[in-house]
Design a protein around this ligand. Sequence first.
Ligand code: SAH
Length: 288
Amino acid sequence: MIPEASATLGRATDCGDAAPRGKVCLVGAGPGDPDLLTLRALRLMQQADVVLHDHLVSEAVLALVRADAERIYVGKRERNHALSQEEINALLVRLAGEGKRVLRLKGGDPFMFGRGGEEAEALAEHDIPFEVVPGVTSAAGASSRAGIPLTHRDYAQSCVFVTGHRREGGAQMDWPALARARQTLVIYMGLGMLPEISRRLIAHGRGADTPAAIVERATTAAQRVVAGTLATLPDLAKACGARPPALVIVGEVVALRERLCPARPDALPVRPHRDAPECAADPLTTDR
Ligand code: SAH
């Protein structure tokens, strides 16, 4: 994909559409697989003077950044923030003020639970020119690579994206709305709250046997899917040692994975994961 993309990029750049100096580009890096970058993202990555990235941006994507661009790791794993959000905002403003072409690379889409909105607000406040480049959000990456359509005429007429992170707003969840039938629920940052999510959704009327899955490290070589039901998923997650970054997907569409998983689950080598034989026993729990 890269050589063809470069040809296209070359033409686009010739049209004078290069990144101007003193501007910040908030760019979606997608969920991990570099083939899911937009051409705009790739072009800006190849022009940037300085790149600010965090742990959600995969090594494979970072490898496509201009080799002599300065790279700044700004965090943020939980409780291990390299820089606070305020420091990141201030750094973006300062670097753009120095006349640099600044690229802020964010996992997935910048405006989907990525605090891209806060960074854009800070830039607007300081009159720094900026551009937002959409990325493939992890829900889209996970659904296509795990064989889980997020909507389907027969099973789900709506899809809700929600954060399960308490400080990101997960503490104020509208449980009756989230428990609605014929709806797919995609929970970002939901692993920590999974037992409560399962309990509350069931208490608000969603069937305990509703299919549910965790998609870990979607679209990367390490993608793993743990599938069960709303009732069983919290224990399965624990048994399998599920870890972030991961999405929780709840809804009847999850069952379609049996037929739609791009690589048939039964054709995949299923190996015990982190000493958890329960995971190996579930044909839909696969290491890929
Ligand atoms: N802006 C990002 C989301 C940032 S919030 C996006 O559009 O995807 C961080 C959360 O996103 C993670 O805790 C996880 O729930 C989810 N996430 C990001 N990348 C992921 C991946 N490759 N696989 C599964 N979940 C991912």
